[in-house]
Design a protein around this ligand. Structure first.
Ligand code: AMP
Length: 143
């Protein structure tokens, strides 16, 4: 299965946020949208960072409540690893495992076209393994 198929199933909308917004605003957006990360974009729509709930936790742990009024740009990861729609589920799992993160923006021709989370990957992987398991059982009981 490819990232293109995942996006066809879950949709390609991505919650993005400009870098000057505050951590307080980010927290509310994460809670409201029930997601774990925000893709940070510039005025031209380019991906310039990613802010996950872990970044927020780190900010609050090290600076306390004063971090809430600081801009997202201060705490986001600016070196964002991305993938394309052509990437396979195995590629995505490897990238996330090696990078130790759970979100992967999908970018093509400089445009953000979706985001894949570890939850999306695990859900499809389990479905595939279960389908293989069923097929194997049917094959064995038929014989
Ligand atoms: P996560 O596991 O996605 O909550 O993120 C853990 C850490 O990795 C945080 O510091 C994020 O800013 C960072 N991070 C998340 N996704 C990516 C990504 N695709 N590329 C680079 N860093 C990321």
């Amino acid at each position: 299965m490819t990232v293109a198929r995942i996006l066809a199933e879950k949709g390609s909308s991505v919650v993005t946020v400009p870098p000057h917004r505050t951590i307080d605003e980010a927290i509310h957006l994460l809670a409201e949208k029930q997601i774990g990360a925000l893709v940070v974009g510039d005025a031209e729509g380019r991906v310039i960072g990613i802010l996950s709930e872990r970044d927020v936790m780190r900010a609050l742990a090290s600076e306390g409540a004063s971090a809430l009024d600081r801009p997202i740009s201060h705490y986001m990861t600016a070196k964002v690893v991305t993938c394309t729609r052509r990437a396979s589920i195995e590629d995505v799992m490897e990238t996330m495992t090696e990078g130790r993160f759970r979100h992967l923006p999908v970018v093509e021709d400089g445009h953000l076209v979706g985001v894949v989370s570890i939850g999306d990957v695990v859900k499809r992987r389990i479905a595939t393994v279960e389908a293989e398991h069923r097929a194997m059982r049917d094959y064995i009981t038929m014989a």
